[in-house]
Ligand binder design. Structure first.
Ligand code: NDP
Length: 265
C-alpha cells in the first residue's frame, strides 16, 4: 500500500523536505511519497491528516505549536519544548515529536571545546535548541531584539538579554536563530556588538541554510569556524524519517541519501 507523507506549513513552497524525503524513499525502494500542503489554519492539521489518510508529516512555520496541541500523545523532548515538527499516526492516534532540537545537536556534538553558547533570537527554534542544549549541559544565554519573547526564557531560568542591556562578550559559540539575513542583507544585532562578541569566540552557526548570511560572512572574516543550517535541516529530516518508517532502515543509508539529495539542489 502506498503511504503518504507531507509537510504542513505556510509558506511551504520553498521547503526542500519533499525533495530530500522523496529521494531517500526512492533510493530505499519504499512504496511511499512525500508532498507539501499549505494550510491557512493550524487548527486543521488533524482533520487534513485523517481526511487524506496521511501516515506521517513534518510541520514547519507557523504551525509547530498547533501540531503540539493536536496530538494525542507527545513523545520525548517535544514535551519540554511544547512544539512538534514531526507527527506519526499509529492505530488511529497522532503521536508528536520534535526532531529540530536533536537535529541541531547532531551538528555540534563532536565539537569538544564548547561550553558557553550565545543564542541570538527567541523564536520557536531558539526555544527548541536552548532547552535541548541545556539538557546536554551547555551553558546557554539568550539575546533577542524584543523583550516580550524573552519572558518564556526567563520563566525557564535562562540568562536573557535584549538589545538594551546586553553587556557580555564571553562565549565559545554564537548561534543565530533569527530570520535576519534570510531575505535581506542585515545582521541579527548591531555589527559593532557582533565584532566584540566574535573577538572572544571560536564558532558561529546560522540556522538559515543555503546562504552565507552577513552574520556568517562577518564571523568567517573574523576567523571563526562557521556552519550554516544545512546540516541541521538534514539531521532533523533523518530523525523524522526514522520515526516515519519505525526505525526499519539503517541510519547511515538515510544519511547518505539525504546528503546526496541536498547536494543536487
Ligand atoms: P520565529 O518567527 O519563531 O522567530 C524569529 C526570531 O527572529 C525572533 O526572535 C525575532 O525577534 C527575530 N528576528 C526576526 N527578524 C529580525 C531582525 N531583523 N533583527 C533581529 N531579530 C530578528 O522563527 P523560527 O524560530 O521558527 O525560525 C527562525 C529561522 O530559522 C528562520 O529563518 C527559519 O528559516 C530557520 N530555521 C531553520 C531550520 C533548519 O533546519 N536549518 C529549522 C527551523 C527554522 P523579535 O522577537 O524581536 O521579533
Amino acid at each position: 500500500m502506498n503511504k503518504l507523507f507531507n509537510i504542513f506549513g505556510n509558506p511551504v513552497s520553498h521547503s526542500i523536505s519533499p525533495l530530500i524525503h522523496n529521494y531517500t524513499i526512492k533510493s530505499l525502494d519504499i512504496d511511499a511519497c512525500y508532498t507539501r500542503i499549505k494550510l491557512n489554519d493550524g487548527a486543521k492539521i488533524r482533520e487534513k491528516f485523517f481526511d487524506l489518510n496521511i501516515t506521517g508529516a513534518n510541520i514547519t512555520v507557523p504551525f509547530k505549536e498547533d501540531a503540539y496541541r493536536t496530538c494525542d500523545e507527545i513523545c520525548g523532548i517535544a514535551k519540554d519544548i511544547k512544539a512538534v515538527n514531526t507527527i506519526i499516526k499509529k492505530k488511529g492516534k497522532l503521536f508528536g515529536y520534535n526532531t529540530d532540537a536533536p537535529g541541531f545537536y547532531e551538528t555540534i556534538k563532536d565539537i569538544k571545546d564548547i561550553k558557553k553558547i550565545l543564542i541570538i533570537g527567541a523564536g520557536g527554534t531558539a526555544r527548541a535548541i536552548s532547552i535541548y542544549l541545556r539538557k546536554k549541559s551547555y551553558n546557554i544565554t539568550i539575546l533577542n531584539r524584543s523583550k516580550h519573547r524573552l519572558k518564556y526564557f526567563e520563566k525557564e531560568g535562562f540568562v536573557t538579554y535584549s538589545w538594551d542591556n546586553f553587556n557580555k562578550y564571553d562565549f565559545d559559540m554564537i548561534i543565530n536563530t533569527t530570520s535576519a539575513g534570510l531575505k535581506d542583507e542585515i545582521f541579527p544585532i548591531d555589527e559593532k556588538i557582533l565584532l566584540k562578541i566574535f573577538a572572544n569566540s571560536k564558532y558561529a552557526i546560522d540556522i538559515i541554510y543555503n546562504k552565507q548570511t552577513p552574520f556568517l560572512k562577518l564571523a568567517k572574516k573574523n576567523n571563526l569556524s562557521v556552519k550554516d543550517g544545512k546540516d541541521m535541516l538534514i539531521f532533523q529530516a533523518i530523525l523524522a524519517f526514522e520515526i516515519f518508517f519505525d526505525f526499519k532502515y539503517k541510519k547511515e543509508d538515510i544519511e547518505k541519501y539525504m546528503f546526496e539529495a541536498i547536494s543536487i539542489v
